[in-house]
Ligand binder design. Structure first.
Ligand SMILES: [Cu+2]
Length: 67
């Protein structure tokens, strides 16, 4: 299962790393790929979208689930 999120607020590679770290800390996340150019995260694994959105927010960015 893959879930896509729109990520706002990233400006550089470091932002990408922070967002990836935040998403990787979520239970059930197997793999995450964040694209700075697309402002998007592709997440594999069963996880809580709400938890992910909150973790990204705590890291200083904004995540929105893309259906
Ligand atoms: Cu940055």
């Amino acid at each position: 299962m893959q879930t896509k999120y729109k990520i706002s607020g990233m400006t550089c590679k470091h932002c990408v790393m922070r967002v990836e770290k935040a998403i990787n800390s979520i239970d059930g996340v197997d793999k995450v790929k964040v694209s700075l150019a697309k402002g998007m995260a592709k997440v594999k694994g069963e996880h809580s979208s709400q938890e992910l959105i909150e973790a990204v927010q705590a890291a200083g960015y904004k995540a929105e689930k893309i259906d």
